[in-house]
Design a protein around this ligand. Structure first.
Ligand code: FNR
Length: 391
């Protein structure tokens, strides 16, 4: 083993599970993701379960995400010395121990009272990057405190009040976030029949507004503090949230307000990826928001190669939507993603066992990715390209 390698590799995790089994202990969470999802859904009330599962329209995009990943097959090669796998990456000059992180998920307190603090604890224990969301039950500062020195990015839902937007970005910089991830596919909430049937949008009930309520700019002009009188504060939130008139030109303004790298999340079209490059952002996240926005949208995994071909040499290209396992992560990385983000699976773990549940799910995905790299004969990310997949 090279001297600078961590002694424990992600894949070694399987040993601790089998060893515990020899002592009569079994994992308390389902290791199979379908079973994990079913158990989590059972544990949540209908409105929260519906919100987490929530897909746009018929659910076709969510299914397409899975189908696209399932359809692409890995072609392992043998006898390549896979004793040491190296998963480290350095996007925009930062060091990440693995190319896998936690996608930004809003209003996590509907799943578990610790919500975003639980996912931050899980991310910090595993050491992988977390994208903290604007719409959170805990402030970005409280999340940063849980993260310690662990890598973090801040996901921006760009409010239509520029002063508030600037305040969010400044707070994220002050709290040590490494990049601003602007979600660009959410001008409006997608048409989600299950949430519509439940008539349930958590923010309207004041859930997930901690970043707003704690913000000095947001609080200005409110007669009473949001914690004393939430009604008017929720009304104000509804007024500033969402920004459907946002255009590419607005990115110059953001650029002038922050020295942090900017990533655009929700890019699917290669023309948009090229535009992003022209506008000087550092990266894109290929994502269809887990199938929650446009029913009938292209599977994110099918959109990935065109975006990689368009800008992969110049921008960091990251990926989410449909990742359920380490093998899925392997495929996305082989197809050209620099890093992948896990969405719903860590929420399912959290729904059942809080921070520990989210941590287990992350460890399992990382372990499987590491083992898959070894078993497929691609021990380093530099070896991982399209040739690992069947054309
Ligand atoms: C999301 N996602 C999301 N994205 C974002 O940029 N800001 C947000 O606040 C949220 N909120 C959110 C809530 C819930 C309940 C889900 C499931 C998803 C989208 C998320 O970042 C990611 O794109 C998807 O979850 C990826 O798809 P999978 O892995 O869940 O299939």
């Amino acid at each position: 083993m090279a001297p600078d390698q961590p002694r424990e590799q992600f894949g070694d995790h399987y040993r601790s599970i089998y060893l515990a089994g020899a002592g009569g202990e079994r994992p308390t969470l389902p290791v199979d993701w379908r079973e994990l999802e079913a158990r989590a859904v059972e544990a949540l009330d209908e409105r929260a379960a519906g919100y987490v599962a929530g897909s746009a329209g018929t659910g076709g995009t969510d299914r397409a995400n899975r189908r696209a990943l399932d359809a692409r097959r890995i072609v392992p090669v043998m006898l390549r010395d896979v004793a040491v796998r190296d998963l480290r990456i350095s996007p925009f000059g930062k060091e990440w121990p693995a190319p896998v992180g936690l996608a930004p998920i809003g209003v996590q307190t509907i799943v578990h009272p610790d919500g975003e603090l639980a996912s931050a604890r899980a991310a910090a224990r595993v050491g992988v990057p977390l994208i903290a969301g604007t719409a959170a039950g805990h402030t970005l500062e409280a999340i940063a405190a849980e993260l310690g020195t662990s890598p973090r990015l801040f996901q921006l839902y760009w409010p239509n009040d520029p002063e508030l937007c600037e305040s969010f970005v400044g707070r994220a910089e002050a709290a040590g976030y490494e990049a601003i991830v602007v979600t660009v596919d959410n001008a409006f909430p997608g048409w989600k029949p299950r949430d519509l049937q439940n008539a349930y949008l958590p923010a309207i009930e004041g859930i997930g507004l901690a970043n707003f309520f704690a913000d000095p700019v947001f609080r200005t002009g409110l007669e009473r503090a949001p914690e004393e009188d939430p009604g008017p504060a929720i009304g104000k939130f509804i007024g500033v949230f969402g920004n459907p008139s946002l255009t590419w030109d607005d990115l110059d303004w953001l650029r002038s307000r922050t020295s942090l790298p900017i990533l655009l999340k929700g890019i699917l079209h290669p023309d948009d990826a090229r535009e992003a490059r022209e506008r000087g952002v550092e990266g894109v996240i290929v994502s269809n928001h887990g199938g929650r926005q446009v029913d009938g949208a292209v599977a994110a995994f099918d959109a990935l190669p065109d975006v990689v071909a368009a800008v992969g040499d110049e921008l960091t290209v990251q990926f989410d939507s449909g990742i359920r396992s380490g093998a899925d992560a392997f495929k996305a990385l082989a197809a050209g993603a620099d890093a992948v983000f896990v969405g719903r699976p860590y929420l399912w773990g959290m729904a059942l066992e809080g921070a520990e549940g989210a941590e287990k799910v992350l460890r399992w995905i990382l372990a499987e990715l590491d083992l898959t790299m070894g078993l497929a004969g691609r021990p380093s990310l530099a070896d991982l390209d399209e040739s690992a997949l069947r054309p």
